[in-house]
Design a protein around this ligand. Structure first.
Ligand code: BGC
Length: 363
């Protein structure tokens, strides 16, 4: 049935408008599982080092339980071997569908062979699973758009397109093991490369290739280490630093920590809308973040699985771009949102994602 569905999905190329509708999911609510012919959905989140994956896990649990499924939610704590065994366990022990955010996008191929043999739908959640033909669907946000939002923010802040602006910047990308990280980097350079070429943007460290900017496992400690080295080797002599383009809030947090002990006050970007980053934005320590509402993604993911279970076609927004090395994975991509101090209320408070007092904005 899975194979049949995928063929139909591929043939029909149901390209529909990008973007998710708002849902009313409340992460704090729990739902009593409905007792029907209960299917088991395995959910594998990569780690708990950033609040986003905890929220994603809880929202997925909520959305699946609401629909009457039993959820087996596991975090792999950034340990690739653990994630592989958790996945194997779910395949061997009756999971009817598996939602997975890989730690290492290419490290699951051999284990996933078992899922394909048992016709278990596998949904790549937020991060694409590479080098496997066992992936039924990809639900995520448009990562290239995330990178472009960073680039456009820098372009606007430093008035680069007027031809007059100038900016000394450093780039802190995500982990090379996560296929999202390079896509974000590509989106960023799509906007900034012309300014790097004409000298309006300078990267004083000279570290500009993706590998040079990557942050192992997106870890704060790794970002802190690299920033500390740059302070000593590049910025010790009074060189200006105007922007640190960080691919996540965890990385941004590490940069804020390091720069707190220096006189440099560049603008800092981030991604996820983690609570401490929103507090930093309110306090002026971080300039912006890119918000990817996990309530929407969890809802979308549950819709996809439900469609597959019911033998109907999940809605697809992209059936061309996400080639994982083995297949083009039908995808549903949501639009990320640029958050600055000016629209925190609209996107994060009015929608109930955070309470005003949590972010330091009492109404
Ligand atoms: C996600 C980001 C997240 C990062 C680190 C990426 O794959 O898209 O939202 O910040 O992983 O966990």
């Amino acid at each position: 049935m899975k194979k049949f569905l995928l063929i139909i999905v591929s043939v029909m190329m149901l390209i529909t408008a990008v973007g998710c509708g708002q849902t009313k999911t409340d992460t704090k609510k729990t739902v009593n599982p409905v007792k029907r012919d209960q299917k088991i959905v395995g959910v594998l989140m990569p780690h708990r080092e950033s609040p986003r994956w905890i929220k994603d896990g809880n929202n997925l649990r909520y959305e699946f339980e609401k629909r009457g499924y039993k959820v087996d939610l596991q975090s792999s704590d950034n340990d690739v071997e653990r994630q592989r065994s958790q996945l194997k366990y779910m395949i061997d022990n009756g999971a009817d569908a598996i939602i997975i955010t890989p730690i290492d996008s290419g490290a699951l191929s051999d284990v996933l062979v078992g899922a394909k043999e048992k016709n278990i739908p596998v949904i790549a959640y937020d991060r694409l699973v590479m080098n496997s033909d066992a992936v039924s669907f990809y639900v995520s946000f448009d990562n290239k758009a995330v990178g472009r939002l960073f680039g456009e923010y820098i372009e606007n802040t430093f008035a680069l397109n007027s031809g007059a602006g100038f900016c000394n910047a450093e780039i802190f990308s995500g982990s090379a093991s996560d296929s999202n990280a390079e896509v974000i980097y590509e989106g960023l350079l799509e906007v900034l490369q012309p300014y790097i070429d004409n000298g309006q943007i300078r990267i004083p460290s000279g570290q500009i290739a993706f590998e040079e900017t990557a942050t192992y496992l997106w870890r704060k400690e790794e970002a802190q280490k690299r920033m500390t080295n740059l302070l000593n080797s590049v910025y010790g002599n009074g060189t200006r630093l105007d922007a640190v383009i960080c691919s996540s809030d965890v990385i941004a947090n590490g940069i804020v920590n390091v720069l707190n002990n220096s006189s440099l006050r560049p603008i800092i970007t981030g991604q996820d809308g983690d609570l401490y980053s929103i507090q930093y934005i309110v306090a002026g320590k971080q300039a912006m973040t890119v918000f990817k509402d996990s309530r929407l993604l969890a809802d979308k993911c549950a819709h996809v699985v439900e469609s597959i279970f019911n033998g109907t076609l999940p809605e697809v927004t992209d059936n061309m771009t996400y080639n994982n090395g083995e297949m083009i994975v039908p995808s549903y991509l949501c639009e990320p949102i640029l958050i600055t101090k000016d629209n925190i209320k609209e996107h994060l408070l009015d929608t109930g994602y955070y309470a005003p007092e949590e972010v330091g904005l009492s109404e």
